[in-house]
Design a protein around this ligand. Structure first.
Ligand SMILES: [Zn+2]
Length: 574
């Protein structure tokens, strides 16, 4: 639904961010014009979580969590944005008008949640009491699952074809159940209950709502594991099994172990291994990576030690690296599942194994490539390096890439500069940059210096809005800076701008604004930055001209311009 902008602003204005944060963090203390506390989103002893009541935003300089008052409530209470807005509106006594269509849609979803919740209870009570569930209970006992774990994960058993009957008695229709992803009509016109005669694992979202089910066969049905289909309230790629159950630990430890199956999650959590989650039998997706980045800093992949497992590991690594999530890979002995290992050896041995078998992402990839290409000829080496550099290029972090290139050069035994040159070639061809390789490093550095000047300028304007009139939009080459500058000029507050940015841009934005330096003479600083930017542009133009002259492609006009620019730069002391 869409809440009118003016109502959102009204809610924002009546929800003082300091007061809201203090309800969760009573230790919030004043620090200059901001307020500080230990971050609720990662474990720390020295406060790096900063709230600016003036700007209506917060930022943690430890883990990067950032946003406005709505975002804070979203993160603390695991709410969606709209739910956080509702919660704060209610608190401030502001009424939100909904259109009829909004109400219908919300009721529809609420109904599906109710059906799934009720079905989970139905399955669960059958597992505990029903005669037909004896095979399920035996299976659970054999796998070493305790009563406490059965309750925590709300495990259940689906008796053959009884869910529909029970639902009809409660006033729901077969169509409702079908929409909830519980049953489907077969060609013969009968209803098939997806979970029928299976041990049932409810899939619970981060807000604690049952959104789907996974079922393991107890009668040798195919497939061994079956998931309920996607629905309006369930998307496979946006849920991690076990995440909800381990959230309290993640708030403190922020370590996530990604495994493959339901049992791989249930048993480790039973043994007190925190952060065990699984990607629900589907391929790892960018949404999974985002979910992981939100709750963890320290990510370990622990997939099966077979070919399929290693392929899945590589795929997940590529996605995590692309999203800037740091991760390592650990391995279990071949043909041993996490739950078997834990039941046989206990938690300490399991954690030790994770540690001792741990490999960095690049080491894992190097091993994998070296195993697939056995030869050590020059051609083989070139091929290996090429494959590894494809992986390196997934990362957008220069420091990480430097480190990895160094690593590759050592393990393949090739000169580091040569590997780096290959990498640059790859990058150039990837982005079809017209510049030749020798130019590449220089160009990149220059862009960076340029960017940070622009960011300085933007930061200055954001904290001294009266300066905005003296800055032209053309000062900004960077798209992000341009966008934010435009929003600031149009009169939006920091919190309003934040609301319009992506998660990643929001982190960048709050870093610029929340701890902006307060200059005594901001106008003088503004003048200096603008001058620097101008010099930078002149320098760039001069270099382009110099290139033309070297290649003997410059006309009289260009040569004259070159001389003029050179003089200009000298004049400004450069
Ligand atoms: Zn933090």
């Amino acid at each position: 639904m869409a809440i009118p902008e003016d109502i959102i602003e009204k809610i924002r204005l009546s929800s003082d961010i300091n007061a809201v944060v203090r309800e969760y963090l009573p230790d919030l203390r004043r620090a200059g014009r901001n307020w500080k506390a230990c971050c609720p989103f990662h474990n720390e002893k020295t406060p790096s979580f900063v709230v600016s009541p003036e700007k209506g935003i917060f930022r943690c300089f430890g883990c990067g969590a950032a946003g406005d008052v709505f975002k804070f409530v979203m993160l603390m209470d695991n709410l969606s944005w709209i739910e956080a807005v509702r919660k704060l509106a209610k608190k401030s006594g502001i009424e939100i008008q909904e259109t009829t269509r909004d109400v219908v849609r919300r009721c529809e979803k609420t109904k599906l949640f109710e059906i799934l919740e009720s079905s989970a209870t139905f399955y669960h009570s059958h597992l505990l009491k029903s005669k037909s569930a004896s095979a399920a209970r035996e299976y659970i006992a054999r796998r070493g699952i305790t009563q406490e774990t059965i309750e925590k994960f709300r495990l259940g058993y689906a008796p053959k074809g009884q869910l529909l009957q029970s639902a009809l008695k409660k006033g729901w229709t077969s169509e409702d159940l079908s929409k909830a992803g519980l049953i489907t009509k077969t060609q013969s016109g009968n209803f098939f209950e997806y979970m029928s005669e299976r041990l049932v694992f409810p899939i619970i979202d981060v807000q604690g709502r049952v959104v789907a089910f996974g079922g393991r066969t107890l009668t040798e049905q195919n497939p061994k594991y079956l998931n309920s289909p996607e629905t309006v309230i369930y998307s496979k790629s946006s849920n991690l099994y076990g995440l909800f159950q381990t959230l309290p630990q993640l708030r403190k430890e922020r370590r996530i172990i990604v495994l493959e199956g339901y049992m791989d999650v249930v048993i480790p959590q039973q043994f007190g291994v925190s952060g065990a989650v699984a990607s629900l039998g589907t391929a790892f997706t960018p949404n999974h990576a985002k979910l992981i980045a939100r709750y963890g800093d320290n990510v370990t992949l622990l997939f099966d030690s077979d070919d399929a497992g290693r392929t899945a590991t590589q795929r997940a690594l590529e996605i995590l690296v692309e999203d800037g999530v740091e991760c390592t890979v650990s391995a279990l002995p071949e043909h041993v599942d996490a739950d078997e290992y834990l039941n046989a050896n206990g938690k300490e041995a399991f954690l030790k194994l994770l540690e001792s078998s741990s490999k960095s992402a690049i080491d894992f990839m190097t091993d994998r490539v070296s195993k697939s290409i056995a030869s050590d000829s020059s051609e083989a080496k070139a091929k290996k390096i090429s494959l590894l550099l494809d992986f390196v290029s997934k990362s957008s972090n220069d420091i990480v890439r430097r480190e990895w290139v160094k690593n590759i050069s050592q393990s393949i035994n090739v000169d580091e500069d040569a590997v780096w040159r290959e990498f640059k070639k790859k990058k150039v061809s990837k982005y079809k940059t017209p510049k030749d390789n020798s130019n590449f490093a220089g160009t990149q550095k220059e862009n960076k210096r340029d960017l940070s000047l622009e960011e300085n300028l933007l930061s200055l304007v954001l904290s001294n809005r009266n300066l905005a009139q003296s800055v032209s939009a053309e000062c900004f080459q960077d798209a992000k800076c341009q966008k934010v500058f435009g929003l600031a000029v149009s009169g939006l507050s920091d919190a309003e701008i934040l609301h319009l940015l992506s998660q990643e841009d929001a982190q960048w934005f709050t870093a610029l604004t929340i701890d902006a330096i307060e200059y005594r003479d901001s106008r003088e600083i503004l003048r200096i930055i603008i001058k620097d930017l101008e010099n930078l542009r002149i320098e760039k133009r001069r270099q382009d001209l110099s290139q033309l002259i070297k290649q003997q492609k410059a006309g009289a006009q260009e040569i004259a311009e070159f001389a003029k620019l050179t003089k200009l730069l000298k004049g400004s002391g450069k």
